[in-house]
Design a protein around this ligand. Sequence first.
Ligand SMILES: Cc1cc2nc3c(=O)[nH]c(=O)nc-3n(C[C@H](O)[C@H](O)[C@H](O)COP(=O)(O)O)c2cc1C
Length: 314
Amino acid sequence: MMDYTDRHCRFIHRLYSPHALLYTEMIVAAAVVRGDARRLLAYGQSEHPLALQLGGCDPRELAAAAKIGASMGYDEINLNVGCPSDRVKSGAFGACLMLNPPLVAQCVAAMSDAVSIPVTVKCRIGIDAREDYEFFAGFIDTVAAAGVRCFAVHARNAILKGLSPRENREIPPLKYAYVYRIKRERPDLQIILNGGVQDCAAAAAHIQAGADGVMLGRAVCQRPALLGELERTLIDPDWVVPDPMQVLEQVVVYARDQLRDNVRLHSIARHLHGLLAGASGARAWRRFLSEVAGRPDAPAETLLGAADILRRAA
Ligand SMILES: Cc1cc2nc3c(=O)[nH]c(=O)nc-3n(C[C@H](O)[C@H](O)[C@H](O)COP(=O)(O)O)c2cc1C
């Protein structure tokens, strides 16, 4: 998720779930190929398994970016065919690529030729007026024929004219039936359901209904402990979800390290806002983070200044 799932966020999310596949923000292929890829794609070893999500529509550029990602040890390369923002539209990639399945097929074929790790696709179920199941299935078939075995499907249309990116995540109705059906009719493909999954019960129900997995965005960012609950519910019944204080202690160690590389504490602390989500003390904790940990030269230990709020909540 852009401006969200950077390496600091992923470090924290990994504390909650050893097995979840984590994704980078969407990174534009041209930036990887022409920019400072080592810096742009840097991550920590604890983040594995980790997918690099690329945006782009030039097969050669995407292949080159995928190759760089694979050489840096990413576990999967994912192509974004679901983002509806203006910036993405003007670059003619993201969700609008759903209107051009042969180009997406060319892109993923070039990427797959360039790397030996899986190349996957994140898409919507349709775009603008194309909201029929046949359109969606046709897109999946064309792209699967180019070698993609796994699709993460945000189960709503993208509306490029008239809706903001935010509205595009809320207004077009969720049609989970499309996702279940494509899995039923294309059993060899791995189909991951995305969109509006809020809790463990819903996640389990989608898997029961046929999805191979679920992808969560906002709910986990708002309350990362949900990721731990999912790990316990879906993967390891013995998993003990770390409590806020345990997470904080590990983040302080991590932050000490990062601050030596000139990272500001705020860049890490901003991902801790949901640490107490739903628990008492949540508001005081958020206020503390904004006021104290936001200071320009705050050391890592600053985070322990409100540890009593966390201990009380644990
Ligand atoms: C702030 C924000 C940034 C996002 N950035 C990306 C992105 O970079 N790549 C992507 O595939 N989806 C992105 N998304 C969409 C989410 O991955 C997800 O498809 C969408 O929010 C629906 O899932 P959810 O209901 O679990 O949040 C973003 C969503 C938000 C809220």
